[in-house]
Every structure is written in structure tokens, then in C-alpha cells.
Write a protein that binds this ligand. Structure first.
Ligand code: MSP
Length: 655
């Protein structure tokens, strides 16, 4: 869709508790959409913020023994810090306790009251305390709240009501005439289903005697505004409604209100009827995404399964986290979160496909082209493979654009990763390592240049999801500008021949399992930790299958190996395959965790001389520090430790 501007919002989050993965998800999706639109040069405005009034916040404050404002002030920081950490590029952050917002809410209330859209009435009915919602007798299900199924309280009090019911027919018609208004389709049907029952007027006040934490009703100081009526207004108060017409007209109507499915009714029934009463245009699309489940269950504090995004970022990095959540969840459906799924997707898409492609391109450019982007032959794109390669990448460009339009980001990402796999395949077919041996170097230069160009475009498409890593990747390819621009997505030949490529460390080091598998050399020692980078599988494609990659002596000499004598050994508690060894390396004592418990009794190791990689960075395996790695030989299910032929004091250098 050709857009002239893009305005996206997230729900504003309650400040009763710290953020979790659900909050992070909506915000990351909004960020990814914003970054894509900016990439396409569409003027973009991205709003997020916090919902600071109401009973939930009041309760949390009471429990902490602080005022609700203090509760809000201390919790809002956690959201702001998380967004900073997650590289969220919101243009504004609105807090509903800010004056700029309160003023607008009060102006709206007064206006609606003056025009009899809001009236006072005696209310006698049922109230769900946790949901802060009123229900008629007929709405209850088995005498309980129809939404959360918890017990309800009988309530009798005077309140103020918004004449929502009178907009029912209008709303049904509007939804039917605007199929994009509520997305995905099944959510539209859900709202239409809800609207089959008579729509009641909405109670928009709370007597201060019961709940005082809110915005004062301008026409009755004994009441505060119902938190949802206040909160929804943020989407217009932040962009200048009743305060800055120029700004408001620039950004409103919103292109997307992104929400979770839990807040569908408030956004697709309350909000449109409120806007209608105010005489404000409808937002284009309210898009409800699904829930992150933990396994099959809902995340909840009581189950203790709440995922803290900060932990995931600490462990795996910001970009990997952003990639996982956007690639894993089909927008609109529920998705299950597990660390296993995270590691699997990371290793498959990022370490194997993308990381490996980059290291192949860089390694071969260094080895065969003096570390500079090679000059491609002028007619490079007339080669059938090159043409096909470029076309495949261009179709990923189109695919990504369409997926963003259709809110199918995960599909778009799937297409980009498939293109990356295609580039890897292209290299395997072209075999640059064989081409390098030919007299005529043109085919080699054509191949490496094509692969690098295709990778440049794939990286640009992934930039909105992984801004940091893709900037690094661009730098590695010798591109000065950290951000891609849209014209260059479709343009061939952006990489300038002769540009030196840059060193980057493994962009996406493979994550290795915490517990070693039998016979896996890599996991013998200190490496597999707190999921940590294992060396990226050495650039596979440069050498034909079956031929070991050759390294320089200088590479080998970086590894310091020494003999050591085992002085104590025991099992690591809770890990079937791990032993903890104390070894003496000359005068130096070291502790080493090794995955050899299935092959060696601990007591039989004491007194043996083993060979240790002595200059490996220490790592923590299952909570135990490991200060080196044992050498062993393994084949199939067998594993034997490397030992010394004859006597030699411990600490001897192995070369
Ligand atoms: N304050 C209201 C929203 C007002 S908007 C005008 C609110 N806040 S909330 O803190 O409870 O956050 C709700 C939003 O967080 C959900 O709509 C959704 O965006 C996100 N999620 C909360 N838990 C979630 C999951 N388990 N999975 C995915 N997202 C969910 O409701």
C-alpha cells in the first residue's frame, strides 16, 4: 500500500508491575514496523507509553506502601530502560499522569457532558473488581464475571455514563463496511459477535470514596474518570488533539493500533464509539496479536513462568531476541515461548544461515581478493546463476514489503532467510575455492561480488529487526553508512569494488547446549556454558565436503596446550555427563569441568596426566567455573582422553 504517513501505537502499559515478554513483543513489533516504514521513506510516528491510573496501580502502590504516583514514577523507568535496551525507536512516550494528557481528557469529558453524550444515573448492578467493569445481571455467566469468570460484587451508586449504546448500529455498519478496521478477520468476527447483544452505556466514572486514583471529572469533583476512558485518549492526546492541530492533522488517524487480543473490546467498541461521539475520524486498523504462552500455559506470576525480557537479552543479545519474537510468532496467533525453540531458531537462521554466509564471504574475500570487494566483470548479471541469485533476492525485497503491508512479518522474514540460504547454495554451486585456482579470475570475482551484493540486500531487509547486527554486517562489507536506504534495496552494484572489508567477530556465534552430548569434542571443556558462542562452524563452503579447512600456523599457535595432573575429580551435581576436576598445571591449580562422566569414573582419573587447553577464557557450566578444556578423542559413542606417552612433569607445553 502506498502510504503518505505511518502512525503506529502500542497499548500503554500498566505500571503496576515490571514489563514482561508480552509487553516487549508488542513494542518490538511496533518498532519493526516503524523502522520498515522509515526505510521506505514514509514519514513515521511511533507512540508508546504507560497507563498510570486506576485500581491496578492503586493496589500495587498500597501493597508497596507508597503513593500511586510513586508507584508510577518508579515503574515507568523499568519500561523506559527496557525500550532503550531493546533499541526501540519510539517518537514519544506518553504517561497518563502528565498534564498534557490530563488536560485533553478533561476537555473531552466536559465537551461530551455538555452535549449530553455523558449523563449521570443511579447504578444498581454488578461490578468485577479486578476487571474494573460493570455488568448487568443478564451479562453474568453462572453469576460470575463474563470476562474473567471471577466473582462479582453488588454495587449501588450514582455514576456518570457515556451513551455508548446509541452507537451500536453505526458501529456494526462501520465494521462491516471497513474490513481493514479490525484485523485479523477472526478478531473482527469476535467483535461483531459481541455486538450481537445489546450494547450498554459505559460507566466512565468512579466515586473517589471508592477509588480516587484517576483524572478528576471536570463537572463533578467527587469522581475520577474510569481508567480505560482516560487511557484510550492517549492515542490522540499525544499527537496534539485539542492542543496542536498541525501535529494532529499530520498524524491522525493512526495507521495501526497494535494491541494484544486481551484488550479487543475496549479498542474495537469503546474507542470507536468514543471517537464517534467526539467527531474524530476512526483509526485505520486495530490489529490484535495473539498471546505468548509458556508451553501450553498462560504466563502468570502465580505459575512463576513469567519471562523477563531483560534476562533473555542478557543471555542472548538484543538483536537475537528481537529476531526470535518477530520470526516465531505469526501475527494474530498465539505462540509458545521456550528457550529450546529460541536456541533452535537462532542456530538455524542466524548462526548457520546468515552468520555462516557472512563469514564465508569475508573469509574468501580476504583469501582470494586481498580483503577488498572484488571488481565484478561488467556483464556479471548476464550469468544465469548470478541473474537467478539477484532475482531471488529481489523477490525477497518484494515479499518483505508485502508482508509488512499484510502484517505477516514472520513470513517476510522467512523469505529473507530463504534467500540467504539461496546465497549459501549459490556459493556451493559456484565453488569459489575451485575458481580461485583458475587462471581467469573473472568468474571468481563475479561469484564473490554477487554473493556480497545479495547479502547486502538481505541485511538491509533484516535491518529493522536486527539494527545493531546488521549495521555491523554492513561495516564488515565496507559500507560506511550504518543504515540502509530504500533506493539501494533494488539497485545492483552498490558495493564499491576495491573497498576494504572490515573484521567483525562472529556475528552470530552458535549457541551450544548446556550439557555436552557423548563424543562431542567441542563440549568437553569450558566452552558450552551459559549458552555462549561456540566457534561458528568454520566457513564450510570454502572447501569441498570431506576436505578439512586449512589454517595458518599462526592460528594454531594461538591455542596453548599444557599437560596437567588430575588431583581430584567428582561429579557435577544435577548433570549426568559432567565431571569437575582439580588439576595441577605445574605450580598452578585449575578447576576444569568436562563432559566425560559417561566414560570415566571420577576416582580412576586421579593421578592421571591429561592435556589441557590452557588459554581458554573461563566459563561457568552448570554454575561451576571451568578454567580450561580437556583434550579427548571421540568417535561415535566412544571417547578417550588424550594422554602423554611416558613420564613428563605437569605443566609441560604441548605443541
Ligand atoms: N493498560 C492497558 C492498555 C491500555 S491501551 C489504551 C493494558 N495494559 S497491560 O500492561 O496489561 O498490557 C497489555 C498488553 O500487553 C496486551 O494487550 C499485549 O499487548 C501485551 N501482553 C500482555 N501479556 C501478553 C502475552 N502473554 N503475550 C503477548 N502480549 C501480551 O492492558
Amino acid at each position: 500500500m502506498e502510504r503518505t504517513k505511518f502512525y503506529v501505537t502500542t497499548p500503554i502499559y500498566y505500571v503496576n508491575d515490571k514489563p514482561h515478554i508480552g509487553h516487549a513483543y508488542t513494542t518490538i513489533v511496533a518498532d519493526v514496523l516503524s523502522r520498515y516504514h522509515r526505510l521506505l521513506d514514509v514519514p513515521t510516528y511511533f507512540l508508546t507509553g504507560t497507563d498510570e491510573h486506576g485500581q491496578k496501580v492503586q493496589k500495587a502502590a498500597d501493597a508497596a506502601g507508597i503513593t500511586p504516583q510513586q508507584q508510577a514514577d518508579s515503574t515507568v523507568v523499568r519500561f523506559q530502560q527496557l525500550w532503550k535496551k531493546l533499541k526501540i525507536t519510539n517518537d514519544d512516550f506518553i504517561r497518563t499522569t502528565e498534564e498534557r494528557h490530563k488536560k485533553v481528557v478533561q476537555a473531552i469529558l466536559q465537551d461530551l457532558y455538555d452535549r449530553d453524550e455523558i449523563y449521570r444515573a443511579e447504578y444498581d448492578g454488578w461490578y468485577c473488581v479486578p476487571d474494573e467493569r460493570f455488568f448487568m445481571e443478564k451479562d453474568l455467566v453462572d453469576g460470575k464475571c463474563p470476562e474473567c469468570h471471577r466473582p462479582v460484587e453488588k454495587i449501588k451508586e450514582a455514576n456518570y455514563f457515556f451513551r455508548m449504546g446509541k452507537y451500536q448500529e453505526w458501529l456494526i455498519q462501520y465494521i462491516n463496511e471497513h474490513p481493514k478496521f479490525i484485523q485479523p478477520d477472526h478478531r473482527r468476527n469476535e467483535t461483531l459477535g459481541f455486538l450481537r447483544k445489546p450494547l450498554n452505556d459505559l460507566c466512565i466514572s468512579r466515586p473517589k470514596s471508592r477509588m480516587a486514583w484517576g483524572i478528576d471529572l471536570p463537572f463533578d469533583k467527587d469522581y475520577v474518570c474510569y481508567v480505560w476512558f482516560d487511557a484510550l485518549v492517549n492515542y490522540i492526546s499525544a499527537v496534539g488533539y485539542r492542543s496542536d492541530d498541525l501535529k494532529f492533522n499530520k498524524w491522525w488517524p493512526a495507521s495501526y493500533h497494535l494491541i494484544g487480543k486481551d484488550i479487543l473490546t475496549t479498542h474495537t467498541v469503546y474507542w470507536p464509539t468514543m471517537l464517534k461521539a467526539m467527531g474524530v475520524e476512526m483509526p485505520e486498523t486495530i490489529f490484535a496479536h495473539g498471546w505468548w504462552l509458556i508451553g501450553e500455559s498462560k504466563m502468570s506470576k502465580s505459575l512463576g513462568n513469567v519471562i523477563n525480557p531483560m534476562d533473555m537479552i542478557e543471555k542472548y543479545g538484543v538483536d537475537a531476541f528481537r529476531y526470535f519474537v518477530t520470526a516465531e510468532m505469526t501475527l494474530g496467533q498465539d505462540a509458545s515461548f521456550s528457550e529450546d525453540a529460541f536456541v533452535r531458531r537462532y542456530n538455524a537462521d542466524l548462526a548457520n544461515d546468515l552468520g555462516n554466509l557472512l563469514s564465508r564471504v569475508l573469509n574468501m574475500t580476504v583469501r582470494y581478493c586481498g580483503g577488498k570487494i572484488p571488481e565484478p566483470p561488467a556483464d556479471v548479471l548476464s550469468g544465469a546463476d548470478e541473474k537467478a541469485m539477484w532475482e531471488a533476492v529481489q523477490s525477497a525485497v518484494q515479499g518483505m514489503e508485502k508482508s509488512v503491508d499484510d502484517m505477516r512479518i514472520s513470513e517476510g522474514l522467512g523469505q529473507v532467510i530463504a534467500a540467504v540460504r539461496g546465497i549459501n547454495r549459490y556459493l556451493e554451486i559456484k565453488q569459489p575455492w575451485t575458481l580461485a585456482k583458475q587462471e581467469d579470475k573473472a568468474p571468481l570475482r563475479a561469484t564473490l561480488y554477487t554473493a556480497a551484493e545479495a547479502l547486502r540486500v538481505a541485511a538491509a531487509l533484516l535491518f529493522p529487526v536486527m539494527p545493531e547486527k546488521m549495521s555491523e554486517l554492513r561495516k564488515a562489507l565496507g559500507i560506511q553508512k550504518p543504515k540502509p536506504d530504500q533506493a539501494q534495496l533494488r539497485e545492483w552494484g552498490i558495493l564499491a569494488a576495491g573497498t576494504p572489508i572490515a573484521e567483525v567477530g562472529g556475528l552470530f556465534p552458535r549457541i551450544v547446549a548446556e550439557e555436552p552430548k557423548p563424543g562431542e569434542q567441542l563440549e568437553l571443556g569450558a566452552q558450552p556454558v551459559k549458552p555462549k558462542p561456540a566457534p561458528t562452524p568454520a566457513a564450510k563452503a570454502e572447501t569441498p565436503v570431506g576436505v578439512t579447512e586449512l589454517i595458518d600456523y599462526s592460528d594454531f599457535s594461538k591455542v596453548q596446550m599444557r599437560t596437567a595432573r588430575v588431583v581430584a575429580a567428582e561429579k557435577v551435581e544435577g548433570a549426568t555427563k559432567l565431571l569437575k576436576l582439580q588439576v595441577m598445571m605445574g605450580e598452578e591449580k585449575r578447576q576444569i569441568v568436562a563432559g566425560i562422566a559417561l566414560y570415566y569414573e571420577p576416582e580412576k582419573l586421579v593421578g592421571r596426566t591429561v592435556v589441557v587447553v590452557a588459554n581458554l577464557k573461563p566459563a561457568t557450566i552448570r554454575g561451576v567455573e571451568s578454567q580450561g578444556m580437556l583434550l579427548a578423542a571421540s568417535k561415535g559413542e566412544s571417547l578417550r582422553l588424550v594422554s602423554i606417552d611416558g613420564d613428563l612433569s605437569s605443566g609441560a607445553v604441548v605443541k
